[in-house]
Every structure is written in C-alpha cells, then in structure tokens.
Design a protein around this ligand. Sequence first.
Ligand code: CA
Length: 448
Amino acid sequence: MTSLSRRKFIYVGAASTGAVLLKGCLGNPPEPTTSQATPDAAPAANIPPEQAPEVSTIKLGFLPIVESAPLIVAKEKGFFAKYGITDVEVSKQANWGAARDNVEIGSAAGGVDGGQWQMPMPYLISEGLITKNNVKIPMYVLAMLNTQGNGIAIAEKQAGKNIGLDMSKAKDYIVGLQKGGTPFRAAYTFPRANQDLWIRYWLAAGGINPDSDVSLLTVPAAQTVANMKTGSMDGFSTGDPWPARIAKDKIGFLAALTAQIWPYHPEEYLAIRADWVDKNPKATKALLKGVMEAQQWCDKLENRAELAAILAKAAYFNVPAAVLEPTLKGEYQMGDGKPEIKDFEKAVLYWKSPRGSVSYPYQSLDLWFITESVRWGFLPPEYLNTAKTLIGKVNREDLWKEAAQEAGIPAADIPANTSRGVEKFFDGKEFNPDNPKAYLDSLAIKKA
Ligand code: CA
C-alpha cells in the first residue's frame, strides 16, 4: 500500500482545525478538561446488574468544531455518568494528526481510547494506512455524531467570480487560473477525509478536476487563514462555526454549505479502539447511551443557545458563545451577494433528519466513503470488492442497536436496515449502495 504510506501523511501532523486558525487557543499535547458535570446533571439511571459497565473511565478526543458537541454535552450534562461511566475525560486534540497519534498510543500511554473522527479515518487506522510503520490498529465505528454543519469558505479576493454551489459557472475562470500559472488553492485540515472529499465532490460536480485544475493541500489552519487574508490561499473547508466566521469577519465568503452539496450527509463519527471495546462491551454500550441522550438534547432548537454556552467554555472551544450560536441555529451569512441562509434544517443535526436516524452508523454510508476513496485513488479499486467484509469488521451498528434497545429508544428510531438506501447529491448524481460501481461509472471526473 505504497500510495498511502505514512510519508504522504507527514503534513498531517501540521494540520490544524479552524479554531486554531482563528483563535490560536489550542494546546499540544491536548489539554485535559477539568469541567465537572453541571449542577442540573442527569440523575443516575437504574442500571440492571447485567448492564453494569466493566469500567467507569475512558479518554475520548475531540476537536473544537460542532461535530464534537454530543461528547461534550454527554460529559457536561451528566449523560455518561447517568449510565455508570462516571469518569470520562474529554480531551481537546490539537489537530487530526495528533488525534491519530494519540489513539495509536492509547490512554494508558497518555493518548486516547477513541473519540471524534472524520471518515474514513477509523478505517485507515484499522488498515494501518495512516499509522506509524503501517501498524494496523483495529477500531470500531460506533455512532455517527452529526450530519451537516460544515462549509467551504472562499477568500474575499475571489468574490464576484460566480463561485458558489454550482461551480460550472466558475469553471472557465478556475481553469484559467491554472493555465495562467496561479492555480486556485484550497486547503483542508486532513487529507483523504470528509473535508477533502467535500471539496473534491463540489469541484468535480462543476466540471473542475480537483487533481489537475486546482491545487488542493493540507495546510496548517492558522497559515490557511493568514494566507486567505493576504490572498495567497483561495479556499478552506472545515466544520462550523469557522467557515461562517470567515465570512462574518470579511476574510471571505461561503461558497457552499455541505448541507447544500448532500443534504443530511454523513459527517463525523464516534469510534473507539477495538481492543477497548472488546474488553469493555457493556461500558461501550453505556457510553453509547450517554451519547444518544446527548444527541437528542443537542438536536432541539430550543437547546442550541445553551449548547453554544457549553461549547464556548475554556476547556472546549474557548470562544464567546455568540461566535457559536448563529450557525447552530442554521443562520449563515454567505457573503459575495448570496442571500443569508436562515434554515434550521441546514444546520448541524445530531439525532434525526428527514432521512432517518443521524446517530445510527449506517453501513451504506461507510461504503460511500470507501467508494469515494476509490474514486480519487486514495484506496485501490480492490477495496470495492472487499468493502463489505471490512465494513462488517469496523462498523459496529450491532452495538448501537443493543444500546438503543437497552436505553428504551422507541423502535421507530432504531433503523431496521444497515442501508440508508439511495443517496442523492445536489448535482443529480445518485449513490446506490447496492451498486457502488454504477455510481463510479456515472461520474465524469475521477481517478479510478
Ligand atoms: Ca467535519
């Protein structure tokens, strides 16, 4: 697997999140949080002896983007403690590379047991494709943390060039930049995962080849925004609230929300080292129950102001709540003459969407990430043939279902099928999980 050797991921360690770029508030190594559950913490559940967790402690990593909210809220509101996991450490990670490094070493060596992940990072770690010496560290995907809540921000100097959701209108301009020797440069915080994939999908849908018509790169986030200010970086994709802040601070504007590219798309996930889960299956389900309860709480519009206040704390995002509140309510100033979006259905969602469960880790969505990785040559085509086996190993939707049943989640909210069915994108393309090859064949721009 030379194309995915560690060498190619050397930039990763330098990559950072949007929070770093705008606030420079993150430490490395991660700063343990000291926050205690709030006084209105949930009362302890009546845990049947056969469900009592094997351990009461775990260390979970997070990055300060809205994807992390269910982990932070489960800790702060006492939902983890309610199910017997009384000592969860929610640990801020400096960047995705650091999160990867910390899960490699595990909590016993000062790292983490798991936490928040972009896709398909848990798969790449399990396969030893982004780990030191390509060591395979099996991980389990346990729940989806959120859908939507991400966007693509563009530098102000590119205003007035028809850069928006439909990039076919800006194609000649973008291709012209490449031909003129100053290619459009866009950055993400970790290669070959969500943000890279969203930028690529968006460009390719407009007829722009992300591998030859633009320059895509992993760049330290602080450097990205500094470069967006000076005009030497043109685009950047990450989780809320940071793209919208770039627009609000007039550093640039929003080209598209991921909610527009693929409504109710899979975003980030809870995944934990398999050795931890295998050793502590009841504690894993207890954790899942806490996350599910947090997701239900986070999902309510009436809780979003309080959610902003919780995430704003120094141990978490360390920014004023006012920075977080608008996007949590679906309010996006797009800039560049685009109308403001005020639509809660386009905000980050945590528990339910019109497509069904957000929290349940549909195996069909994991298959899209593997298929899209094949599309861009990030994984060899053979992965399509073996995807089902790999997903069966890494995706533990069975544990999610057991936890949901034990927690008394209504049957209507527990998906009966591991497939979410056909997925539809903004450009009319469809992904049928029963035939990923047909999806690949339908795409004009690809490497595979
Ligand atoms: Ca994200």
